[in-house]
Design a protein around this ligand. Structure first.
Ligand code: KIV
Length: 270
């Protein structure tokens, strides 16, 4: 297990894991309590994903998530995540208009939110933003393939199945590396493309629905913990059934109140 407490995880560590062939994980976190549990469990990289929108805030997609939402949750995660590297998502609308606006949004996530790095979705369209952020001292993580902020344009379909589309993703990955990105998330692409991109770039790839050959793997923590209303998506795996655990616990509490078993003498002030 990678030691996340001493020294704190940096982007240099993340880069080195590729060269050392050390597989690593990244998990989403949206609050201080979860961030602390994940960091203590040895998760080296925490992503304050804009998936906070559909997993925590009740939105149907990530599209409505605002920069203020991201700042609020990034602050919470950085307060809890001792030792882990915290990456914050630039939300939809905060970097599409122009590069300067994207720069301002990213700098706020770092200065006010305490993030150590930022992530934005897309290839060619974010290369200039990535280059300027890195020049300014802000580590940048790319995100290619299925990009959920473009749901109204691409749906939630696997990307890069056709040779031309696969070539486009490969070219985008090379461009992001040249712009200084320290890692690239690959989401919803065929396993063969996940492998090809990982071999083509010198920075770590972090896969979600991108097969077994990426340098690292990322999951939405709600999927991993079984907190969602149904089974997790095909590319994910639930390692626990916390929704079931929570349901049983609250039912037991209500039952104890109904029968007078709670509060018991030990839970009262006399
Ligand atoms: O917001 C998010 O959770 C993400 C992951 C799917 C990589 O971007």
């Amino acid at each position: 297990m990678i030691d996340v407490t001493s020294p704190p995880v940096t982007v240099a560590h993340v880069r080195s894991w590729k060269h050392e062939r050390t597989p690593f994980v990244m998990l989403t976190a949206y609050d201080a309590t979860t961030a602390a549990i994940l960091a203590e469990a040895g998760v080296p990289v925490l992503l304050v994903g804009d998936s906070v929108g559909d997993n925590l805030l009740g939105h149907a997609t990530t599209v409505p998530v605002t920069l203020e939402d991201m700042l609020h949750h990034t602050r919470a995660v950085t307060r809890g995540a001792a030792g882990a590297l915290v990456v914050a998502d630039l939300p939809f609308g905060s970097y599409q208009v122009d590069v300067n606006e994207g720069m301002r949004a990213a700098l706020r996530l770092v200065k006010e939110g305490g993030a150590h790095a930022v992530k934005a979705e897309g290839g060619a369209r974010v290369v200039e933003l990535a280059r300027r952020l890195v020049e300014s001292g802000v580590p940048f993580m790319g995100h290619l393939g299925l990009t959920p902020q473009s749901v109204h344009e691409m749906g939630y379909r696997v990307q890069g199945r056709e040779p031309e589309a696969a070539e486009g993703i490969l070219a985008d990955a090379r461009d992001l590396e040249a712009a200084g990105a320290f890692a690239i998330v690959l989401e919803g692409v065929p396993a063969s493309l996940g492998k090809a991109v990982t071999a083509a770039v010198g920075v770590p790839t972090i896969g979600i629905g991108a097969g077994a050959d990426t340098d690292g793997q990322v999951l939405v923590v709600h999927d991993l913990l079984g907190l969602g209303p149904g089974p997790p998506p095909r590319f994910a795996k639930a390692y626990a059934d916390l929704r079931g655990v929570i349901t049983e616990a609250v039912r037991a509490f209500a039952e104890d109140v109904a029968t007078g078993a709670f509060p018991a003498p030990g839970q009262r002030y006399e």
